[in-house]
Design a protein around this ligand. Structure first.
Ligand SMILES: [Zn+2]
Length: 237
């Protein structure tokens, strides 16, 4: 079993699986429907243009759902890793529920946005959803009056932090993916980048990821059970 020193450069990518263990549902579980909505109606710009009130109702509900969930043992194990590896540690997440921050992670790179964030469709100013009036169907920009939209990266939009992520993948020693099937690009490509640049790659997931040929070490199981044990080994004195 591997022991990692404090100066090992570690990048972690988390996906829907780690949130699912806290009770957050994902659209993949329900055959392409998301709480009975088609993905193109609630997760694209054209869906928002067609019916912004419906899209806001959907995301406000998801935000409320995420507020009633709690981080699990895997989220807390990642906070421990952040303390141990300090500036050598980067956490990237595909999740928008804010559970990493709720657990205490300092600076998760939320590549698909965050449910508690929104921005103006005209002047781009950013706001927190908890500062908007929940009784207004489509929140308006306090600065210019235009519609606010959820700060979520929708299909057809470019994920955040791609250049920072690419940079840290190129210089990391270990890349760990947790709770992601490996199906969704660009995240799926991160594994290849890290591997080709010489990093050791580790996956923790309920099922074997699709890009298993790029994974050096695969741990099958719940991340809330597998990860805390691994962190103990990696950081053992
Ligand atoms: Zn504005």
């Amino acid at each position: 079993m591997m022991r990692l020193s404090r100066t090992t450069k570690v990048v972690v990518l988390t996906g829907a699986g780690i949130s699912a263990e806290s009770g957050i549902r994902t659209f993949r579980e329900s055959g392409g429907l998301w709480e009975n909505h088609k993905v193109e109606d609630v997760a694209t710009w054209s869906g928002f243009e067609k019916d912004p009130a419906l899209v806001w109702k959907f995301y406000r509900q998801r935000w409320e759902d995420s507020n009633s969930t709690k981080p699990n043992a895997a989220h807390y194990a990642l906070v421990e890793m952040e303390h141990y590896y300090a500036q050598h540690f980067s956490l990237v997440t595909q999740n928008v529920d804010g559970l990493h921050s709720a657990a205490g992670s300092k600076n998760p790179l939320e590549m698909h946005g965050n449910l508690n964030s929104c921005f103006c469709t005209t002047c781009r100013a950013k706001f927190k959803l908890h500062d908007t009036d929940p009784d207004i169907a489509i929140p308006l920009c306090p600065k210019c009056g235009a519609y606010l939209r959820p700060d979520i990266v929708w299909f057809g939009e470019i994920p955040y932090f791609l250049s920072e992520i690419e940079h840290s993948l190129k210089k990391c020693d270990v890349f760990i993916i947790i709770g992601t099937s490996g199906l969704v690009y660009p995240a799926a490509g991160f594994v290849m980048t890290a591997k080709l640049m010489g990093a050791k790659t580790i996956a923790i997931n309920l099922e074997a990821p699709d890009n298993l040929s790029f994974i050096d070490e695969f741990h099958q199981g719940k991340s809330g059970e597998v990860l805390p044990a691994l962190v103990k080994e990696w950081t053992a004195p």
